[in-house]
Design a protein around this ligand. Structure first.
Ligand code: HAM
Length: 415
């Protein structure tokens, strides 16, 4: 039986086949994400992978709603696998915001599901690092979030040669829109056209823009001028104080596809333009109010970074570390009468925090030794009985080949 298209199998390294993904690489990415979140004082949360369908049809926008894995459950409830984390976060924060001091700084690493056309950088399931700040309306929160995004990419040893964060503002686009169009009902359609500008033929975009009273030329002029709003200027200055200004660029091509964004929006891309967006996010000041039915009104902002593009980028730049299991000790059991005391030794070492392995059944000595080498054990340890009937451990350092005889209680301190 094959797995479904767009889904992945994660295997431990060394990988058995090029068509599978590395569980070790995935763990490395998760560890780096969590480490940066910790440095920035973000706390981890999680929610259910299955949600009521309404949570997404309310405000995420047509594109993502068209990609939902939704169905009717056995209790006749319309439900959906989560395609993104932001609506869940808005619901969770609204439910218990009184218990948390503002600003709330939370992160999550959910697995998300979108019925997308499978292509480079886009699958039907991915893991996404989400970092969000709730309860702060000023641009210093936007700058803090962008600094976090930049540092997440830098912890993987990516530099300003490798990536750039393209910074934009829906406020700037809204002002552009309102100066030329008096029908606010058309703004969503307008934003969708701008979002697709770089992916569509100019004739196609031009036709769509003319249909709602805009010209492609005026849109392009606005993008080329790239005049930062006061808010964007303040964010760039803040990042400049941290020495991070070289990682951002004002770029009004970015407007974001999701419907709920209200202000500053941004996307991170590799500089060579080989890959899809590495991350994307922005302000969504009305979503908490909408999802809580007007009960809680809280400004919010955040971003999501998927593991798929990030891994492709790290692989292509040779930035993934080598992964091996690297245990501390392999216990050789060559005399079955010593299996009991050997298990006691293994247990003692594991309780002392060491990674230890051994063979479950009687196995030839050379095979046991070979397995120790394959597992990259630092030591082999073997129980022996001396002429004085004393139980000792022969420990061998597999790198230096140096051997030592010690008594079992001393072993943990010597590894
Ligand atoms: P998004 O732009 O839809 O935003 O996704 C963010 C990132 O997730 C993308 O830049 C990409 O790296 C990754 N991604 C998205 N879809 C796929 C896919 N089908 N396969 C692989 N990777 C994918 C959001 O989801 C917003 N909820 C982010 C956010 C958080 N905004 C505020 N807070």
């Amino acid at each position: 039986m094959d797995r479904l298209p767009g889904f992945r199998d994660f295997y431990p390294e060394p990988l058995p086949h090029p068509d599978v993904w590395s569980a070790d690489a995935r763990q490395y990415i998760f560890d780096c994400w969590r480490e940066i979140a910790r440095r920035y004082g973000f706390r981890e949360y999680d929610g259910p992978p299955l949600e009521p369908l309404d949570l997404y049809t309310l405000k995420s926008g047509d594109e993502i709603v068209g990609q939902l894995y939704n169905f009717i459950d056995k209790g006749d409830r319309p439900v959906s696998m989560r395609p993104e984390m932001t609506p869940t976060l808005a619901r969770m924060a609204a439910a218990h915001e009184r218990n948390y001091k503002k600003p709330i700084k939370w992160f999550a690493v959910p697995q998300l599901f979108r019925y997308e056309k499978q292509q480079k950088g886009r699958l039907r399931e991915h893991f996404q690092f989400n970092a969000d700040i709730l309860g702060e309306a000023g641009p210093s929160a936007d700058a803090e979030l962008l600094a976090l995004l930049i540092d997440v990419l830098r912890i993987f040893k990516l530099t300003s040669e490798d990536f750039v964060v393209r910074l934009s503002s829906r406020n700037a686009w809204m002002e552009f829109f309102e100066k030329r169009c008096s029908d606010p009902g058309k703004s969503y359609e307008f934003f969708q056209i701008i979002d697709k500008l770089e992916r569509e033929m100019p004739e196609e975009s031009s036709k769509k823009l003319s249909a709602i009273g805009f010209s492609l030329n005026e849109v392009n002029d606005f993008i080329v001028a790239g005049k930062p709003t006061a808010e964007l200027e303040s964010i760039v200055n803040n990042l400049s104080d941290r020495g991070l200004a070289e990682f951002v660029r004002i770029d009004y091509h970015v407007i974001r596809g999701l419907a709920y964004y209200t202000g500053v929006v941004f996307e991170a891309f590799d500089k060579k333009g080989e890959f899809r967006a590495i991350a994307g996010g922005g302000r969504y000041n009305n979503l908490v109010k909408l999802i809580s039915g007007g009960k809680v009104d809280m400004p919010a902002l955040g971003f999501g970074m998927g593991d798929v593009v990030l891994l492709e980028l790290l692989k292509s730049r040779g930035l993934l570390p080598a992964f091996d299991s690297g245990i501390e000790a392999f216990c050789l059991i060559e005399d079955e009468t010593l299996r009991g005391p050997s298990l006691k030794l293994v247990q003692h070492l594991r309780e002392s925090g060491y990674a230890v392995d051994y063979f479950f059944t009687l196995t030839k000595s050379d095979k046991q030794f070979k397995r120790a080498i394959e597992l990259k054990a630092r030591f082999t340890v073997k129980l022996e009985i001396t002429a004085q009937q004393e139980l000792v451990v022969r420990m061998k350092n597999l790198q230096t080949r140096e051997e030592k005889i010690v008594v079992p209680p001393d072993l943990p301190g010597l590894l």
